[in-house]
Design a protein around this ligand. Structure first.
Ligand SMILES: Cc1cc2nc3c(=O)[nH]c(=O)nc-3n(C[C@H](O)[C@H](O)[C@H](O)COP(=O)(O)OP(=O)(O)OC[C@H]3O[C@@H](n4cnc5c(N)ncnc54)[C@H](O)[C@@H]3O)c2cc1C
Length: 384
């Protein structure tokens, strides 16, 4: 957006990338079972290349690839569908050779694999590094950054956005994009723009270092039958499991910063591993004997349908949302950014956004039942 004539001010009450983005596992899986999400991820890849050129600096991109493992008939069929989607979007995909699987994933029980496919072009970039590069790129194109500034209210007159009120005063504008992550509804709902999403906990674990068992050159591994994924982490293994009872938080109970909230206790994370890690243990027999060094938890804003919340309010001109990222906000960030730029500039979106409409649900987003349904969406998530 900052590339156009529109003046852009980015307001954040903290430091940019200081909240949930900094906690992401940073999977940039291009092949998605929701085929319409693929163009958004591809756009992130374009944005990364563009930022590196613009800033004349490297973002530490590693082309590590992603392997999808099917260990049941159902996930073998889903994998075939994924290949069809990949081909339609011109994503490189190939069968992962058994010898490579053995070399990359010594921790994986290969006898359980029915089919394994490799997306060799998938990358890893640190989510905080990428977000800061977005900000630097935007600033280079004329955007202004206002950190440590709390947005208190959106001002609307005659169904048109007129300003935002911050803790330091009023900022006049005719378009506002609410991209406040899990806090978005605290800004938009008071002006009647309820966004169909709720804050839901995500968590992953990082093992002790063991370069024999976890070779640093291994690709990301997606295991739908275990609702799990792994990524190499400096000779250790980062692994995430979608727990069956995902914690969800009422937006009005959120503290202003993730630093002030403890989402999981030590005891609870062991219980989750014990209860929901069994399907992963089937593929990773040493799961319960490797040492765990860290557990990382944060909040993603999930929707009931797993779609994003991107678009303009149908009743207030100039009021936009770019949120509800359903656990994929880093991977799809380039696409979300481009869509918002196009919408604010009244241009045709580069891809179909009909499923992302902010006003697609009539449910009250603050009710327990709605919030629970959003958590269930994450519990059921199988791919990257
Ligand atoms: C454990 C975990 C693992 C994840 N792994 C992945 C992954 O591998 N790949 C992937 O694509 N996604 C992943 N995600 C999801 C991803 O992190 C999110 O989709 C993404 O970070 C959302 O970005 P955001 O900017 O919307 O939210 P945030 O990063 O939380 O940023 C919201 C910002 O809004 C600001 N803000 C809020 N209220 C106000 C206010 N009133 N005034 C001013 N500023 C305000 C906050 O200060 C904050 O900086 C993961 C998430 C978690 C928690």
């Amino acid at each position: 957006m900052s590339k156009t004539e529109v003046g852009v001010t980015l307001v954040d009450r903290g430091a940019v990338a200081g909240q949930n983005t900094s906690l992401a596992a940073s999977l940039f899986t291009q092949a998605r079972s929701k085929a319409h999400h693929v163009p958004l991820v591809k756009e992130t890849y374009h944005a990364i290349a563009e930022l590196e050129t613009l800033m004349n600096e490297k973002l530490g991109v590693q082309k590590i690839g992603t392997v999808h493992i099917a260990s049941s008939v159902a996930s073998t069929e889903s994998q075939n569908e994924l290949v069809t989607i990949a081909n339609a979007h011109h994503l490189a995909v190939e069968d992962a050779p058994d010898s490579s699987i053995e070399e990359w994933f010594p921790w994986l029980d290969r006898t359980k694999i029915q089919k394994a496919i490799l997306f060799p072009a998938d990358i890893y970039v640190d989510s905080t590094v990428l977000t800061r590069a977005y900000v630097d790129g935007a600033k280079a194109n004329g955007a202004r950054l206002l950190p440590s500034t709390n947005v208190e209210k959106i001002v609307i007159k005659n169904n048109q956005v007129r300003a935002i009120e911050t803790e330091f005063g009023t900022l006049e504008c005719d378009a506002v994009v609410d991209a406040a992550g899990c806090w978005s509804n605290l800004i938009s709902a008071p002006v009647g723009f309820q966004l169909p999403m709720a804050p839901v906990r995500s968590l992953y674990w990082i093992t002790e270092q063991d370069k024999q068992l976890f070779p640093p050159n291994q690709p990301v591994c997606i295991m739908p039958d275990a609702k799990a994924y792994t990524r190499p982490e400096h000779g250790a293994l980062l692994f995430g499991i979608r727990d069956s009872n995902c914690l969800s938080v009422k937006p009005q109970l959120l503290p202003n910063s993730m630093h002030d909230i403890k989402l999981v206790t030590d005891m609870e994370q062991f219980d989750i591993l014990e209860q929901d890690g069994k399907p992963l243990e089937r593929l990773f027999p040493e799961l319960y004997s490797v040492g765990i060094k860290h557990v990382v938890s944060g909040l993603s804003s999930y929707t009931i349908d797993g779609e994003f919340v991107i678009g303009e309010s149908s009743s207030v001109k100039g009021l936009f949302a770019a949120t509800g990222c359903s656990g994929a906000g880093v991977a799809t960030s380039g696409g979300i950014g481009r869509l918002i730029s196009e919408l604010v500039n009244d241009e045709l979106p580069f891809t179909d956004i009909s499923r992302f409409k902010p006003d697609r649900s009539s449910e009250d987003v603050f009710t327990d039942s709605f919030i629970r349904k959003c958590a269930l969406m994450r519990s059921g998530k199988k791919d990257g």
